[in-house]
Design a protein around this ligand. Sequence first.
Ligand SMILES: Nc1ncnc2c1ncn2[C@@H]1O[C@H](COP(=O)(O)OP(=O)(O)OP(=O)(O)O)[C@@H](O)[C@H]1O
Ligand SMILES: [Mg+2]
Length: 463
Amino acid sequence: MATKIKTVFFCQSCGYESAKWMGQCPGCKEWNTFVEETIKPSITGKGSKRAAAGAAGGSDAQNKPMKLSEVVLNEEDRFDTHIGEFNRVLGGGLVKGSLTLVGGDPGIGKSTLLLQTARLLSADKRKVLYISGEESLQQIKLRANRIGEFTQDMNLFCETDLGTIEETIRRSAPEVVIIDSIQTMFNENVSSAPGSVSQVRESTAVLMRIAKQLGISVFIVGHVTKEGTVAGPRVLEHMVDTVLYFEGDRHASYRILRAVKNRFGSTNEIGVFEMRNEGLVEVSNPSEFMLEGRPENASGSIVTCSIEGTRPILIEIQALVSHTNFNFPRRQANGTDYNRVNLLMAVLEKRVGLELSSYDCYINLAGGMKLIEPALDLSMCMAIVSSFRNRAIPDEVIAFGEVGLSGEVRSVNMPDVRISEAERLGFKTCIVPKTVAEKYAKKFPKIKLIGVSSVQDAVGMIR
Ligand SMILES: Nc1ncnc2c1ncn2[C@@H]1O[C@H](COP(=O)(O)OP(=O)(O)OP(=O)(O)O)[C@@H](O)[C@H]1O
Ligand SMILES: [Mg+2]
């Protein structure tokens, strides 16, 4: 008897499953993302059950309940990737038997990062298998030549059939496997095309099982496309242990690796890299990097300090306020929250009395950085006023603080870390919330802390 083939519709953007086609996805509200896929019900069920069993603890043979006190942890359960910034994002090193998804826009540097990791791990005598479904061996070699010499031999494998891949992994027993990318992988048990939601989900389930059963750390690369034509890795986020996003402005050279989910560490940490000719280079002092090329004595520019995870980053905020040519003034925010900029402009109009309604305003975070933090409020207000009055703020001034609707300046978290970073980089004056200035004036004798209790006080200094 012929097996009954079931067809379902999947949203290619978020993985929402539906029995019938729909114009708009109820899950992610995207339009036109439903694609029909045929699935054999038995396969999906079996795959995910097996993966869950594997995730719960080892091979089927040993799979029985155990006392928590009997579970032993080995020292070796985490290992060093030899890239400090990468270790930091992973929560202190790569966990054995973990499945990590590295997502990011096309061409951002995912393959480069993982090939560099593979290089350093194999130099550390770890057995690494790099599986590519996108590039030929020669193309990988080209990239490898760009990033440096490989001291130890590393195994490369160009394959997209997951059955063959599983067999190879079981035979060669590597410690680390890199899959580039999950959208190219093909599981013959699933009839839909590579990159479809069911393929991606099934392939990830298989890799999860391999990772947990054999204690292999697996990295998978996932593409993100705006059009939603390829299954976004969002579908996978629930399945994998760690989700890292590699982001950055493609026109700027720096790249930021951010953990969005991490079962083994904090998701606050970021890793900063610079894309160079020879590959990705760690940036351990992001503040210096971000302030490079800052204009001198320019109106509308001020430096602020943001906290990313546990690390302070100094960043230049630029504002341009100019007469509008339209009935409605234009407001634009690059790298920060547009609504927040509008709110701060309303506060400046009402509390400081600036007539901003006939002016366009553009806010830009230099270097293409993206930051949304209330601590940037005060510096944004000061940049706007500086541009409006066309008066430059001295270069050695930095400001941070949250601005409330009545124009009050409130304290923010970790003020001492921010001040000491400013001091370290040679800033002389720090405009901070009043409470912060009172508390830390003695602790930082080398930097002048000016406490302000309202935004009027702060912008009053720009004359
Ligand atoms: N010689 C070079 N000098 C500087 N940067 C380079 C050089 N060659 C490549 N790059 C950078 O590396 C990027 C490609 O990196 P990589 O292939 O690792 O990205 P990816 O995220 O894997 O892309 P894809 O999504 O296509 O797989 C390019 O976009 C470019 O920015
Ligand atoms: Mg790639």
